[in-house]
Ligand binder design. Structure first.
Ligand SMILES: C[S@@+](CC[C@H](N)C(=O)[O-])C[C@H]1O[C@@H](n2cnc3c(N)ncnc32)[C@H](O)[C@@H]1O
Length: 227
């Protein structure tokens, strides 16, 4: 049986890696091999009907922290094309209470309410708040800026999205609720993590296996909202 978190079988290319054991790889060879390994997750996603390999990132985090549980209400920010929403909907079934947002269109996912809009737009932010009148249990953010190629700029844009997602989480989470947020590392992430400590019992960085090693992305998982 295949489960969402089961590690995909290695491709031939990874077997060849053994040739390189004990040898120092050039940066370009290492990147090439890492990209090949990354494609294994895309292939697994295709086979299992997930729209993106990103589904395995939230599956990895959920496996470790048990965030998506029956009866919990979930908000998925930066949801398109829908891998995280699909994962949550599959786990929660027909009783799922999931709200997803993205500025891009997203094909319907059963049991998920999708809002198309820019999270930076105050009206969109407020609208989303009105959809959560009784609060929610989990706020997930895979929001990512369009990358410019300038690492520091991408980092600062990512931090800005994280701060907005946190603002939304602080206004909607019920006590005991959880927050997951993608962040592009670049120096400010520690300060952001510090700001979470006053609101959550625990917070830590996670780097899921499906996240490319060369990517600057990491995920902050903050659990136990103090309210
Ligand atoms: C890495 S993708 C999300 C992948 C998704 N979690 C999945 O599993 O398929 C990041 C998403 O963030 C969205 N995004 C970035 N900035 C946004 C904003 N200001 N408002 C709404 N969505 C935004 C992008 O449109 C993009 O679809």
């Amino acid at each position: 049986m295949t489960t969402a978190t089961a590690k995909p079988k290695k491709k031939k290319i990874q077997k060849h890696n053994t040739k390189f054991e004990n040898k120092k790889l050039s940066t370009s060879s290492r990147r090439y091999l890492e990209r090949q390994a990354g494609d294994v997750w895309s292939e697994k996603a295709r086979k299992e009907g997930y729209r993106s390999r990103a589904a395995y990132k939230i599956a990895f985090i959920d496996d470790k922290h048990n965030l998506i549980r029956a009866g919990r209400k979930v908000v998925d920010l930066g949801a398109a094309p829908g891998g995280w929403s699909q994962y949550a909907a599959r786990k929660l079934g027909s009783k799922a209470g999931i709200i997803a947002l993205d500025k891009l269109e997203m094909e319907t996912v059963n049991n998920v309410t999708f809002i198309q809009g820019d999270f930076n737009d105050e009206a969109v932010f407020e609208h989303l708040l009105t959809l959560c009148p009784d609060g929610v249990d989990v706020v997930l953010s895979d929001l990512a800026p369009e990358t410019s190629g300038v690492a520091n700029l991408d980092h600062l844009r990512s931090i800005q999205l994280c701060e907005m997602a946190l603002d939304f989480a602080l206004r909607t989470l019920r006590p005991g609720g959880d927050f997951v947020c993608k962040i592009f590392m670049g120096g400010e992430e520690k300060k952001f993590m510090e700001s979470l400590r006053q609101h959550f019992e625990k917070s830590k960085f996670e780097k899921p296996e499906a996240s490319r090693a060369e990517s600057k992305e990491v995920f902050i998982v903050a659990t136990g909202f103090k309210g």
